[in-house]
Ligand binder design. Structure first.
Ligand SMILES: [Zn+2]
Ligand SMILES: [Zn+2]
Length: 468
C-alpha cells in the first residue's frame, strides 16, 4: 500500500536501462507498506545520493548512485521519510531466486571506419552479465570525414610538345582529385639560328656553300668579302634564297668571305670566315715614275721593267683626262726609260707597251701623275660634332679645290664596331651632308670629291663616336 504524492518535475533517473521521470516524494505523510513473503532484498532508487530513508524505522543512506539496498525479513515492511528525497523506483527480490538486477554496461567499438565520402558505424555492446539485458547492442553513425586535399599540385599527365597534360590537387587520404587543370603543350622548342659555310676552289673561281639550321625556317643568304690587303669590304651576293655563290678570283689579296643567314623572324647570324689567298703574280711589265706629283716644267722619269726576256722594245704613252687625248711619247725602241717634261696642271696617265722578241705586246698598269701641287684636286671637310647620341643629326661639309671645277661629293662610313661599310651619299653636288646617328659605335667618315675630269680624291678621316 502506497500513500504519498507523485511528482514528475524532479528530474530524470536512469536505472537498469529504464528512464524514469515520475517519482514519489518522500514526505512526512509518505508511507509505503508491503508484506515480504520471505526474506529478500529491497532496492530503492532515488534522485539523491547521501540522503536517508527509513525502512522499518531504521535509517539507510543512499549510495553514490542514489541507490539504497537493504535485506529485509519476511513480514511487514514499511518505508517512510528520513530526509526529503524522491523515490523513482523500487523492487523487492526474494532471496533464493537467482534473479538479480541488470545494469547496462556499454562498450563502444568502431565496426566500420568512416571514409572521406562514406559514414562509419560505432557499435555499442552491453557487457553486463547480471540480470536480463533488454538492449544488447545499438549503433551510432560516424560522419564521413570529407577529403583532405593537398595544396601541392600533382601532375597526372605530363604535357608533351604536341599534347596537353593535366594536374590536380590530390586527397592525401584517398587520392581523389580536384581542381583538374590543363597543362598546355610545351610546343616545339626553337633551336638557335646557326650557319655553316664551306668553299670549293677551282682554277679561276671559288664556290661558297652555306647551310642554315635552327631559327625560323625561310632562310636567305648574303655573301660578303673582306679584303685584308686593301682593308675594304665588298658584297658578293645580296640576300637571296640561293645558298651557293660562285666568285671569280680577282686581284691578288688575302680575302675573308662570310655568309650571313637571315631567318624568317629576321634574325641574322654570320658564318665563320673562309679565307682565300691569291698570291700576286709577278707582273710581266711594270712602269714606275720618278714622282707622283711634279710642277709644270719639271722632269719626270719613267722606267719600264719586264720579265719577257731579251730583245724587248718599249713604247711610252700618255693620256690627258682633261682633254681626253692620247699621245705617243716614244715609239717602240730598246730604251726602257723616258724623261718627260711636265706640261699644264692636271692629271696625266702613263703606260708602257712592251713588245717581246716574238712580237707580242703587253701593256703595263697605269701610272698616275699630278702636275702642279697647288692646283691639284683636293677636298677640305668639316664635321659639326665628334661625339653623338643615337638619333642626333650631324652635318658634314666638303669643299673641293683644284682639279677641274665642277665637283660632286660622295660620303661613305666605316663602322669600326661592326666592321662594315655604308654609303651615306652617292656622288652629288650637295656638299652639306646630314647623317643621323645610328646605334652606338665608333665610325669613320670619308668624303670623295670628283672633279669635272672624273678625277677622284678622298678626304682625310673624320671620326664620330656614337654612344648611348
Ligand atoms: Zn544490458
Ligand atoms: Zn579523400
Amino acid at each position: 500500500m502506497i500513500s504519498g504524492n507523485l511528482a514528475s518535475n524532479k528530474g530524470t533517473v536512469t536505472y537498469n536501462g529504464l528512464t524514469l521521470t515520475q517519482c514519489l516524494k518522500m514526505e512526512s505523510s509518505t508511507s509505503i507498506k508491503f508484506t515480504a513473503p520471505s526474506a529478500g532484498k529491497l532496492t530503492l532508487v532515488f534522485g539523491e545520493s547521501g540522503k536517508n530513508v527509513k525502512i522499518n524505522g531504521k535509517k539507510n543512506a543512499s549510495d553514490s548512485n542514489c541507490i539504497v539496498t537493504v535485506d529485509v525479513a519476511a513480514g511487514s515492511v514499511e518505508i517512510t521519510k528520513g530526509d526529503t528525497m524522491n523515490l523513482f523506483y523500487m523492487i523487492y527480490t526474494p532471496s533464493g531466486t537467482s534473479e538479480t538486477t541488470h545494469t547496462h554496461k556499454y562498450e563502444s567499438k568502431i565496426t566500420k571506419q568512416a571514409t572521406c565520402t562514406e559514414t562509419g558505424v560505432l557499435t555499442y555492446t552491453c557487457t553486463s552479465t547480471t540480470g536480463t539485458c533488454d538492449k544488447k547492442t545499438y549503433t551510432e553513425t560516424i560522419p564521413a570525414t570529407g577529403h583532405k586535399f593537398s595544396t601541392e599540385w600533382t601532375v597526372d599527365v605530363e604535357a608533351t610538345e604536341t599534347t596537353p597534360g593535366s594536374k590536380s590537387h590530390h586527397c592525401t587520404v584517398c587520392d581523389a582529385k580536384t581542381d583538374v587543370t590543363v597543362i598546355p603543350a610545351t610546343g616545339t622548342v626553337e633551336k638557335p639560328l646557326t650557319i655553316t659555310a664551306s668553299k670549293t676552289e677551282a682554277d679561276k673561281t671559288v664556290t661558297f656553300t652555306a647551310k642554315a639550321a635552327g631559327g625560323k625556317e625561310g632562310y636567305t643568304y648574303k655573301f660578303i668579302v673582306y679584303n685584308k690587303t686593301t682593308g675594304t669590304w665588298g658584297l658578293v651576293q645580296n640576300y637571296s634564297s640561293k645558298n651557293t655563290c660562285t666568285w671569280t678570283k680577282g686581284s691578288a689579296g688575302d680575302r675573308y668571305f662570310y655568309v650571313d643567314v637571315k631567318d624568317a623572324a629576321g634574325n641574322v647570324v654570320r658564318s665563320e670566315a673562309l679565307n682565300v689567298k691569291i698570291d700576286a703574280a709577278t707582273p710581266k711589265v711594270t712602269l714606275t715614275g720618278s714622282s707622283e706629283t711634279v710642277n709644270a716644267g719639271a722632269k719626270l722619269t719613267l722606267t719600264a721593267q719586264t720579265t719577257l726576256g731579251s730583245g724587248c722594245t718599249y713604247k711610252f704613252i700618255i693620256f690627258n683626262p682633261s682633254t681626253n687625248q692620247w699621245f705617243k711619247l716614244q715609239d717602240f725602241s730598246s730604251s726602257n726609260t723616258f724623261t718627260w717634261t711636265a706640261g699644264s696642271d692636271g692629271t696625266r696617265l702613263f703606260y708602257v707597251d712592251v713588245k717581246d722578241a716574238d712580237g707580242n705586246v703587253t701593256r703595263s698598269k697605269v701610272v698616275n701623275v699630278t702636275i702642279g701641287g697647288e692646283g691639284a684636286l683636293s677636298v677640305k671637310t668639316t664635321v659639326s660634332v665628334k661625339t653623338s647620341k643615337p638619333g642626333d643629326k650631324i652635318t658634314f661639309t666638303a669643299v673641293g679645290t683644284g682639279g677641274k671645277a665642277g665637283y660632286t661629293y660622295k660620303m661613305v662610313v666605316y663602322n669600326k664596331t661592326t666592321k662594315t661599310w655604308g654609303l651615306v651619299q652617292n656622288f652629288s653636288t650637295n656638299n652639306k651632308i646630314t647623317w643621323t646617328a645610328g646605334s652606338a659605335g665608333d665610325r669613320e667618315f670619308y668624303i670623295d670629291v670628283k672633279d669635272a675630269d672624273g678625277k677622284v680624291v678622298r678626304s682625310s678621316v673624320m671620326n664620330v663616336k656614337t654612344s648611348n
